[in-house]
Write a protein that binds this ligand. Sequence first.
Ligand code: ADP
Ligand code: MG
Length: 700
Amino acid sequence: MNTTLQTPIDYLKGVGPNRADLLRKELGIHTYQDLINLFPNRYIDRTHYYKISQLQRNNADVQIIGTIVKLEEVGEGRSKRLVATFKDDSSAMELVWFRGHKWIREGLKLNKPYVIFGRTNWFNGKFNMPHPEMEFIENHQKNLQSAMQPVYPSTEKLTNKGVTNRVIIKIMQQLFLETKGRFTETLSHNLLDELKLLGKSEALFNVHFPKNQELLARAQYRLKFEEFFYIQLQFIIKNLIHKSKIKGFPFTQVGTLFNTFYKEHLPFELTNAQKRVIKEIRADLGSNAQMNRLLQGDVGSGKTIVALMSMLMALDNGFQACLMAPTEILSVQHFNGLYELCKQLNINISLLTGSTKTSERNKIHESLENGELNILIGTHALLESKVKFKNLGLAIIDEQHRFGVAQRSKLWHKNSSPPHVLVMTATPIPRTLAMSIYGDLDISVIDELPPGRKAIKTVHRYDKNRLNVFKFLRDEISKGRQIYIVYPLIQESAAMDYKDLMDGYESIVRDFPLPDYQISIVHGKMKPADKDYEMQRFIKGETQIMVATTVIEVGVNVPNASVMIIESAERFGLSQLHQLRGRVGRGAEQSYCILMTSHKLSDDSKTRLQTMVRTNDGFEIAEVDLKLRGPGDLMGTQQSGVLNLKIADIIKDKDILQLARFYAKKILNNDPALIQNENKVLLETYKQLSKYKNIWNYIS
Ligand code: ADP
Ligand code: MG
């Protein structure tokens, strides 16, 4: 049989049907190609030997030469284990096996020199090594030892079935033998030359069997670059195809409404970031392609005005626009705010939510279809099939993480041709991550807050400080301020969480009694109408304290609220804490965020709390969050899997990612179809990657 990299792994010498099965199930290795792309997690020095007397209690992998002087089974039943006393000329230690006693015992020889390798533990005053890798010293010396021996990803099952790291090294060596270590180059000569990258074969060899540190580093660099490069290439190609296939409505003019608003009704000077973003959007809308843009801006950065001015561009070109928000409250706030801003412009703007009355609803449907209505704002209600636009030119979606991608595309289909889409999110996603996850969207960032904002002061307090905290609240309320107190509600159904909330509410009612204090409460189990009523009382300033679960997380704007108390703050994720904190600091007053916790805190919780206290910068917070949680988790299950990277690390290697994106863009700019001779290898590889999806499984 002719060996190619697509050859099933069963055909490799030393891999029988059983091992092939294990490799498939445990590591997803089906072919030679999959095996070659199993990259080591780390490397260990197999030329160095420790003395037992030199061992430190830090659990590191060590290699020791010595002999077994005693072998016995100890313990009863489930705690039965095989224990060997292992000696070198400096001291003694124990080797321990919890499983497979019989065949291990039969294989072991007393008083014959072994080289053992593994992780040590310190237990009962001495060192032991569970399940060591063992070799007779003669055999060990026959094998070429390297200062950098690969350690491959493994699973317990693999090790238990005898497919140890040593076995994987052996079959990897076999693979290099059978292929003569020659692998098709997958990057163009231009790239290799310009970036001084190692060739494919050399990189693969040195990543598995590094000749020295420098070659290892260069091998890793090349492979990481390649991995990122093809992901980016894929995104950008998709994006180009999208742009060429899906014609947008070109908004050819910047018209009267936009200009009038800009010159006469703008309530404040735009920040430079806002100006830049509006320009980016304008360029998109003016082109022939359909816009698909993500607008990121921290809470309070002023996305609303950008949304409005984008909608005015649509109107100026004879189109309608809509703005969809995830909750009723938010939609109402958007409507009120935008209505106020557009009062002096001659345009029609309406609100449509689940609670819009039928008569009103019918009017909206009609005026939307005959084109009298210019702007429609609302909730998911906008997606109902009865809602038909005459000519929807621009759809804006606020707080995107509450809407699925499927809903996004529903909006698209409200027209013969899809409208331009602007997605706004206040969840700051590190740019590098956004590039890989929203690779199919263009990204604009408002990275500057309007001037004159007072930074929110954030502190961490323990439950025992509660009396002081309450005193502080009374002082703030006496100055006319309002306060949020938020309880975690991790799962809507968790009875415990409601109990915490209700207990908290009762204690607050006791400490802040009527008639001096009015308190609102809002949580997910309330009827929408009741929720709304309570919310409105707080918005109007009739209540001073709002006790709530995280339902208030998104977008709500009560400028007079200046204190945010977060109870059991250790139970919230970082981005959620940041979102919650963003509910205050919206007015002129100094605002505060108080993170209440119990005394018992995990290291991660401490990091989260310290980060919140240290900074208000959403992007910095997102970076920490990303480090703590990993990218898949950060994006939720919906998007996880996108970043199933083999060798690169989205955080540590973000510079390489940026470089890869830069080159992918540059190459496609000059040669969109990759037909130039120079780029044929890229096209070929790209096609291969798309064909054998299981090779590098980037895109779910
Ligand atoms: P978000 O990005 O969180 O949606 P908003 O659009 O609600 O932010 O803006 C937050 C507040 O800042 C609003 O009260 C808005 O009027 C105000 N604002 C927005 N842009 C500016 C600016 N350039 N100068 C001053 N205030 C601004
Ligand atoms: Mg907003």
